[in-house]
Design a protein around this ligand. Structure first.
Ligand SMILES: [Zn+2]
Length: 225
């Protein structure tokens, strides 16, 4: 059964892509306790595959999901939030406000995203999120950066105060964002293809088949990355 359909009367052009406002086909209650009634309008998606027909995931208001991004599970995207690229948003993740989640984001908890608004010369929002490679990436204006790249570009910012706020936001994000791997994140064993498991006591990832092991920070690194 379809959870939603794309409406054609309310479509927008967004950076060259056509996004369609969604309309609920069934009634359900999201895990935040908000009711979606059949016929209610939601936010914008580019195609049906951006939002799962299963589960209680929903896109609200003016939020936008496009590209190869996928939202499923109990996740909710609302406000003016934008999710694009290969971003994956699921679990109990909530993406709200002016947050922008993109690239290889892997966000499935409220502890996987941190957003600071307003920041910088043009009062933009700075979104820091967890990636599938278990690192923090930063989405700012229309670009996405690693923390190192971002620290280099803010060196050029004219205002020392804005710069120090951005650096403090990155420090806070490292406190807030949980980079602990789960079995969903771990790539199969590079030696035997076996399933990998994470041992929180030792911070080590172990193959359940050949018992090859590596630190959680490097398990997912592959030569072709
Ligand atoms: Zn193995």
């Amino acid at each position: 059964m379809k959870k939603f359909e794309l409406t054609t009367e309310q479509k927008i052009n967004w950076f060259g892509r056509t996004l369609y406002r969604i309309k609920a086909c069934i009634s359900f209650t999201t895990t935040s306790g908000d009711e979606v009634k059949a016929g209610d309008l939601g936010g914008f998606v580019e195609k049906e595959s951006n939002l799962s027909h299963d589960g209680k995931a929903w896109v609200w208001g003016n939020a936008k999901v496009c590209g190869d991004a996928k939202v499923w599970g109990n996740a909710e995207v609302w406000g003016n939030a934008e999710v694009w690229g290969n971003a994956k948003v699921w679990g109990n993740a909530k993406v709200c406000g002016d947050a922008k989640v993109c690239g290889d984001a892997s966000v499935f908890s409220t502890e996987h995203i941190f957003c600071v608004t307003p920041i910088g010369e043009y009062a933009n929002s700075l979104t820091l999120f967890r990636t599938k490679h278990l690192e923090i990436k930063i989405s700012f204006e229309i670009d996405v950066y690693t923390v190192d790249q971002f620290l280099k570009i803010i060196d050029g910012w004219c205002d020392d105060k804005q710069k120090s706020v951005a650096i403090a936001a990155i420090e806070l994000a490292y406190k807030h964002i949980d980079l602990t791997p789960t079995s969903d994140d771990l790539k199969p064993c590079p030696f035997c293809g076996g399933k990998a498991e994470y041992n929180a006591d030792s911070d080590v990832v172990v193959c359940t088949k050949c018992y090859a092991s590596a630190d959680k920070k490097i398990w997912n690194s592959r030569v072709d990355d």
